[in-house]
Design a protein around this ligand. Structure first.
Ligand code: MG
Length: 444
């Protein structure tokens, strides 16, 4: 009997992180880290997991978008699906009615990402390999076939992509061995949330340095004098360790330039999301004006077409892919290959819930089979909520330990799904005042 997709189960999972201001930044003072969670099931009993990350309200909207894709997956032959995920990507992203909601941006695109990632997770589980290893072992032609080049080929052709992947085979086994032995570099944002007091900032900064992280990152953008003071505290704590700063889109272009130059004496390694993620020429202007401070962006960049333009306009020094915002593994493959062609480092975004778990696979694949280097490469790390995952990330000596469990590490523990189910799970029902408390503060 044919193995078919028989189950498509969604869940609204929200963690009340706003109660302690974990994750607070210039534009998100009280986020509740959430997953619009998807579990697919096959008639043979295999599973695949995916999710879209949100910061609370709207997680239900995100789930509705995922539900809209259900008919394109349920009932389909599993082998047909996972052997041509490029075709699946085109059908999900290009649906003639649903693409009106994008195209290729916002909730409907993040929904496609959740579905595609769940299918990549299923494919890797069926192969008995962690996703990074599966990607590294797939034929180059299959990886190229997973990418829709329609809007990208003026920057990267399929032939060029194939060539990059073929060249990436040289020395691949040594890099796999190196990755398994020593892991992948990480930096941490844990010390730098805006809501933390000075003592906590200094203590966590020093801990990060002692733990071996390659960089710490501080949120900035509410008050320049405060930013100078906090950067001074962090700089005193970590010495010459790189410090990234992240404005989370707080500024207009001119303001970004003035503000970053006002922090120059603390030698920030990069400025992240200085302005609107849609403003490609604005990023280019900021980059020219704040050099040699690097410009980084990507966590809110909708799709590979936007990344293409950021690269073509020489608007960024660091590409920050996100595992859940663009169209799943497929579109991130395209972005990794374009970054390689343009010679720009990829340092993924991984705040939030589960983003570290997912995106580590993409950076490890990038190192092993595309860029071939870890120079200037780091994956963000935040030490929140990993305990809720079946295969949580492991950090050792400030580096991500390469996962060996089959899949994309996307599965939440079933108990966590029940505990944090919104709004009926115990975490939200008790204490009953918790949610209204965070709502009241958001407007402040
Ligand atoms: Mg950021």
């Amino acid at each position: 009997m044919t193995n078919r997709i028989t189950g498509f189960h969604t869940a609204d999972v929200r963690f009340p992180t706003s109660r302690h201001r974990d994750g607070s930044d210039a534009l998100n003072p009280f986020p509740d880290y959430s997953a619009a969670y998807l579990e697919i099931e096959t008639s043979e009993g295999d599973h695949g997991y995916g999710f879209a990350f949100t910061v609370g309200r709207g997680n239900d909207v995100q789930l509705a978008a995922i539900e809209a894709l259900r008919p394109m997956v349920v009932g389909r032959d599993v082998y047909e699906l996972v052997s041509d995920l490029g075709a699946v990507s085109v059908s999900l992203v290009g649906d003639s009615q649903l693409r009106w909601l994008g195209p290729a941006k916002g909730a409907i695109h993040m929904a496609a990402s959740a579905v595609l990632n769940s299918l990549w997770d299923l494919k890797a589980r069926r192969a008995g390999l962690p996703l990074w290893r599966l990607l590294a072992e797939l034929p180059a032609a299959e990886l190229v076939g997973a990418i829709d080049f329609r809007y990208l080929r003026d920057a990267l052709t399929p032939a060029e992509a194939l060539d990059i992947l073929e060249r990436g085979k040289e020395g691949k086994e040594e890099r796999v061995g190196d990755l398994l032995a020593t892991g992948f570099p990480a930096y941490t944002t844990t010390p730098g949330w805006l809501g933390y007091d000075d003592e906590k900032l200094a203590r966590l900064s020093l801990e990060a340095k002692n733990d071996g992280f390659g960089m710490i990152k501080l949120k900035v953008g509410l008050d320049l004098d405060e930013d100078r003071r906090r950067l001074g505290i962090a700089r005193a704590a970590v010495g010459d360790l790189p410090i990234g700063i992240d404005a989370n889109q707080a500024w207009g272009v001119a303001e970004a330039i003035d503000w970053v130059n006002g922090l120059r004496e603390y030698e920030p390694y990069w400025i992240e999301e200085p302005t609107s993620p849609d403003d490609i020429l604005g990023h280019a202007a900021v980059r020219r004006a704040v050099s040699p401070i690097r410009v980084a962006t990507g966590e809110h960049v909708h799709n590979a077409v936007m990344f293409k333009q950021l690269l073509q306009a020489q608007a960024v020094d660091v590409v920050q892919i996100d595992a859940c915002r663009v169209g799943g593994v497929n579109e991130n493959l395209a972005i990794l290959l374009m970054a390689k062609k343009f010679g720009v480092a990829v340092c993924p975004h991984a705040g939030g819930v589960g983003l570290c778990e997912l995106v580590q696979h993409l950076s490890m694949f990038d190192y092993v089979a595309v860029s071939g280097t870890t120079d200037g490469r780091m994956v963000e790390y935040v030490d929140h909520l990993h305990e809720h995952f079946v295969d949580p990330v492991v950090i050792r000596d400030g580096r991500y330990v390469a996962p060996t469990t089959p899949g994309m590490s996307a599965q939440l523990r079933p108990e966590a799904v029940l505990e944090y189910l919104y709004p009926s799970g115990p975490a939200w029902v008790s204490p009953p005042a918790a949610r209204s408390g965070s709502d009241a503060l958001i407007g402040g």
